[in-house]
Ligand binder design. Structure first.
Ligand code: ARG
Length: 584
């Protein structure tokens, strides 16, 4: 919060105009431009999909059960059917919502699960009672939060989740119940039934029971500074960006510039503090699992002498997540220290930029390219022409093209795919794919000394100010060609239209450079990589060298094709499984 705001707030406590001022300050945490995108827990540009979902065109959609890991960790569904594991059950639930998790292990007539709201004034509120097996029990107030309340409401069919979880409900006078126990629920928040949460039996009396008011049109508490969730629910402004999913669809946590509480992912998402260093990636950039103490016992469950009644589906979920196939990309095998200080461009060593390739046309080394896996190289559209594919050669592992080094590979080109909307005048969509020919004796395109760079699936993986690297065999401004692979560290630059008014297209282009302009790409580097490293030291091809006014002028930074904008275009041509990092 800005100091001025803070002082004004102190000054005007209790005055009526303060409310407006208050909301102004609150809004500081929300990114308005991002809110327009209407992100939810299903938006894989912001969050990871569940292990039983995959990310298609920016949305998490259900996998088919056979796409789940095959591990056998039997679970029983409410339909009486046993599934090999939780993922397979959940992917069935996507198609048949009646298939809900019941218990771990095989089904053998253990009865049913159900949930009722009791003693409220309407159908959408009351004390929460669950039927588990043949017994019924009320849920405890202890540890009952909006997270658990949302799950109870989802189960009853209220898509917006809960609006209140603190309201108390009393037993009607004519009901004679003696409460001695209740079930404490602990959920992650996106479960579809309380049976998926950890349920623990506690001693209790009738004052210890949880109540809930589910979201309906009528229950919507609207006032001038409420925040409207993507699902239509209104929540108080001060419940946004606090790491808690109040909306039920997480839309209150996905466009944040800061967090009131919780942990702020670089991608602008607030997550609960307890997800930090818990051994599971929650931020898409992996920043929640960075700089963690090695001990890793930050979240050790203190099991009191209580009886846990349900399975721990969260453990199953984590285990299944770890069993999903993983792509190998963006990892180099040299031990180069991160964030090394650079002055001019430096000469690269073998293995430092293993995705860098050179494109030769005839005798001329004419552009750079980026190996992204399989037989595929990414480059700039302005580098290649479709009908001369036979004239190109892809050189891999090349460090010096006068004294050709060991470990250099040469491949011929099968075909060239240029973006349909590439414009040679504006340089919009300056992106192309080159498919290499396989080595005659091999079935794959595997290349020596070459590792693919990862393809970014979200524009929120990196942001202005992040340090990234450019590399290429191009010219040095002024000096003659040096014919060596060079690299430099640059930072992503915000608001580039100030340098290139009318010529810079935010959605499709990215600017990068240094304050003094000393490091830049130049003639001959086109088509080559701008790579950025995530929190786990994995490299992503964030940009393709495209254009710039002169080279190395601070007032004219280098312009790159913004690769994240083309993830779907690339995966359409090369196949999702080659580049989709998570949830293939
Ligand atoms: N279009 C140039 C080429 O074909 C790349 C220019 C990049 N310029 C820059 N200042 N970053 O090689």
């Amino acid at each position: 919060m800005k100091l001025v705001h803070y002082l004004l707030l102190l000054f005007c406590v209790g005055l009526s105009f303060c409310k407006t001022l208050h909301s102004l300050v609150q809004e500081d945490l929300l990114d308005e431009k991002c809110l327009k995108e209407k992100y939810t827990h299903q938006s894989c540009e912001k969050v990871f999909c569940h292990p039983w979902e995959k990310c298609i065109d920016g949305s998490c959609i259900c996998k088919l059960p056979y796409q789940c890991p095959k591990a056998v960790m039997l679970v029983c569904a409410t339909t009486g059917k046993t599934y090999n594991n939780y993922c397979q059950l959940k992917s069935h639930e996507c198609i048949y919502p009646k298939t809900k998790f019941l218990t771990n292990g095989t089904c053998h007539g253990q009865g049913q699960f159900d949930l009722y709201l009791k003693y409220g004034n309407t159908e959408s509120e009351g004390l929460v009672e669950v039927k588990l097996g043949n017994a019924t029990a009320f849920i405890c107030k202890k540890n009952w939060t909006i997270t658990e309340a949302n799950v109870a409401c989802f189960y009853r069919g209220f898509k917006g989740g809960a609006v209140d979880y603190k309201k108390t409900f009393n037993f009607p006078g004519d009901v004679d119940v003696r409460i001695t126990e209740c079930l404490e629920a602990n959920c992650r928040g996106l479960e579809t039934t309380l049976a998926e949460c950890v349920l623990t039996k506690r001693k209790a009396n009738s004052k210890d029971l949880a109540g809930v008011v589910c979201h309906t049109q009528e229950a919507a508490l609207l006032n001038d500074d409420s925040f409207q969730c993507v699902n239509g629910k209104y929540i108080p402004q001060e419940k946004t960006c606090d790491g808690i999913n109040d909306c039920g669809d997480q839309s209150d946590e996905l466009c944040c510039k800061g967090c009131r509480s919780g942990f702020l992912c670089k991608s602008g998402v607030c997550i609960p503090k307890k997800y930090q260093c818990n051994g599971e990636l929650d931020c898409i950039g992996g920043d929640d699992e960075m700089n963690c103490e090695e001990t890793g016992n930050s979240e050790h469950e203190v099991q009191e002498q209580a009886e846990r009644l349900s399975a721990n589906t969260d453990e199953d979920r984590k285990l299944l997540k770890s069993l999903l196939p993983k792509l190998s990309c963006g990892v180099r095998n040299t031990t180069h220290t991160r964030r090394k200080r650079i002055v001019g461009g430096k000469i690269a060593t073998q293995g430092q930029f293993p995705w860098q390739v050179a494109i030769k046309e005839g005798e001329k080394l004419h552009c750079g390219g980026i190996y992204i896996g399989g037989c595929w190289v990414l480059t700039a559209a302005h580098c290649v022409r479709k009908n001369v594919a036979h004239r190109y050669q892809i050189w891999t592992g090349l460090l010096d093209w006068i004294k050709i080094n060991n470990g250099t590979g040469i491949r011929r080109v099968n075909r060239v795919i240029i973006h349909e909307q590439y414009s040679g005048t504006t340089y919009q969509n300056d992106i192309a794919l080159i498919e290499m020919k396989k080595h005659p004796t091999k079935t794959t395109c595997e290349l020596e000394n070459t590792t693919p760079a990862c393809v970014p699936w979200s524009k929120y993986l990196f942001k202005p100010g992040d340090k990234c690297f450019i590399s290429g065999l191009g010219q040095n401004e002024g000096i003659k060609n040096i014919y060596k692979l060079k690299w430099g560290e640059v930072k992503l630059i915000d608001n580039c239209s100030q340098y290139y008014s009318h010529r810079f297209f935010e959605k499709e282009m990215e600017c990068a450079g240094t304050d003094d302009g000393s490091i830049d790409a130049c003639k001959g580097d086109s088509g080559g990589p701008l790579v950025c490293m995530d929190s786990n030291d994995v490299f992503y091809v964030w940009g393709i060298v495209s254009w710039g006014e002169n080279c190395g002028k601070p007032e004219f930074p280098g312009v790159y094709t913004k690769v994240s904008n083309y993830f779907d275009w690339i995966s359409h041509h090369v196949g999702r499984s080659l580049i989709a990092q998570y949830n293939v």
